[in-house]
Write a protein that binds this ligand. Structure first.
Ligand code: NAD
Ligand code: DAU
Length: 358
């Protein structure tokens, strides 16, 4: 069989990664899509049940920190492109245990860059090479109300161990471009929401707790602001930048959709109660103000003008309808929620792929 363009997607069993894998498997039947994932607590192959049997999809269980394994994978499969999403992604966990964030997000990214560099410098391909690093708006730090949104030239100023590790990985990606000529692109995206998000993050946590009648923990006064984007719009932007972005460039992705946390939680209460058929206001009393997150960034906002003007990308979901669909998805996927909240998926996949469960 003729060689197909082979794309390695890391972290494809996670929230955003599973949407990127699904999109690429369906939209590019001529590509060979490899999903490399360690299956940490955040990785769940149930997220990909609908595409796992497609002939252009392959799952590889492995750790991005394992350079020898990566060297073998690049050579054996003839990897032409990388879309790198594997990471530790939760800010609160990074406050509790920063070291695993440095290990995976910094050293894992470095290992992946090195494997791509070695393989691409020493092999030929008919297909274009590209290393797409998926990063976050948190590298830019925090904005005050009224301050202009982050653009691609905003100075990096990370505050949490998570954002420091992502900023460091971005710098390594740029260094591999500037030093070795690796064909890289970076995207920095705002907060995502949508199906398959692990219920430790604000939106799925609140949906789950409203259903269960548990408290909705709002950090501080709930005045912090995030710029929310539907995960499918993020996947579409990654597709554009991966195929049409310019080497060495970074692109901001965001929804121009800033919300205070307390307003998001109130909206979730209203939508979820309504979809559950409960009287309006039933779950208002669950809202509970708790101790603030240490170093809590006040506001994020993304200026995505470069992506819009250069590549024509626009978000297609509006927040209220996207959120309603998301709540509906969680209500109709009780088994998925039950598996991830009980950890049942971990023991199931651990028995299939014997190592690396933590
Ligand atoms: P997630 O935590 O849901 O998924 C991370 C995935 O990476 C999991 O499948 C996990 O098993 C895998 N993984 C972790 N360590 C690994 C390792 N050492 N080797 C191989 N696989 C490993 O994360 P997410 O929210 O989907 O975020 C994906 C990426 O997008 C991250 O790089 C994150 O920084 C970035 N990002 C996330 C958001 C957001 O709102 N969630 C916004 C902007 C950027
Ligand atoms: O901005 C992009 C980032 O968005 C990504 O890079 C991260 O991977 C992703 O986790 C997300 O980070 P946040 O810290 O913004 O997301 P989280 O859902 O944890 O929190 C959203 C906001 O809600 C934040 O201001 C903290 C607050 N919060 C969060 C939780 C979990 C609460 O008030 N209560 C909570 O229980």
């Amino acid at each position: 069989m003729a060689k197909r363009r082979t794309i390695l997607i890391t972290g494809g069993a996670g929230f955003i990664g599973s949407h990127v894998v699904r999109r690429f498997v369906r939209m590019y039947p001529d590509y060979h899509i490899i999903n490399l994932d360690k299956l940490t607590y955040a990785g769940n192959l149930e997220n990909l049940k609908d595409v796992e049997k497609e002939p252009n999809y392959q799952f590889v269980h492995g750790d991005i920190c394992d350079l020898e394994m990566l060297r073998g994978l690049f050579a054996d499969e003839g990897v032409d492109g990388v879309i790198h999403l594997a990471a530790e992604s939760h800010v609160d966990r990074s406050i509790r245990d920063p070291f695993v964030f440095a290990q995976t997000n910094v050293l894992g990214t470095l290992a992946l860059l090195q494997a791509a560099r070695e393989y691409w410098e020493n092999s030929e391909s008919n297909f274009p090479r590209r290393f797409h690093h998926v990063s976050t708006d948190e590298v830019y730090g925090a904005l005050q109300p009224g301050e202009a949104a982050f653009c691609e030239t905003t100075r990096y100023n990370p505050h949490s161990p998570y954002s420091a590790s992502k900023a460091s990985s971005d710098h390594f990606v740029r260094a591999y471009h500037d030093t070795y000529g690796l064909p890289v692109v970076i995207t920095n995206c705002s907060n995502n929401y949508g199906p398959y998000q692990f219920p430790e993050k604000l939106i799925p946590l609140c949906i789950h707790n409203i259903c269960e009648g548990n408290p909705l923990p709002v950090y501080g006064k709930g005045e912090n602001i995030r710029d929310w984007l539907h995960v499918e719009d993020h996947a579409a932007a990654i597709d554009e930048v991966f195929h049409r972005g310019k080497d060495g460039e970074s692109y901001n992705i965001g929804g121009i959709n800033e919300w205070k946390n307390i307003d998001v939680v109130k909206l979730l209460v209203r939508i979820t109660d309504e979809l559950l058929g409960r009287p309006v206001g039933t779950s208002d009393a669950l809202i509970t103000f708790v101790k603030d997150r240490a170093g809590h960034d006040l506001r994020y906002a993304i200026d995505a003008e470069k992506l819009r003007t250069e590549l024509g990308w626009e978000p297609s979901h509006t927040f209220e309808s996207g959120l309603r669909e998301t709540v509906q998805w969680y209500l109709t996927h009780e088994e998925w929620v039950q598996h991830v909240t009980s950890g049942a998926y971990e023991s199931y996949y651990a028995s299939m792929y014997d190592s690396s469960k933590k």
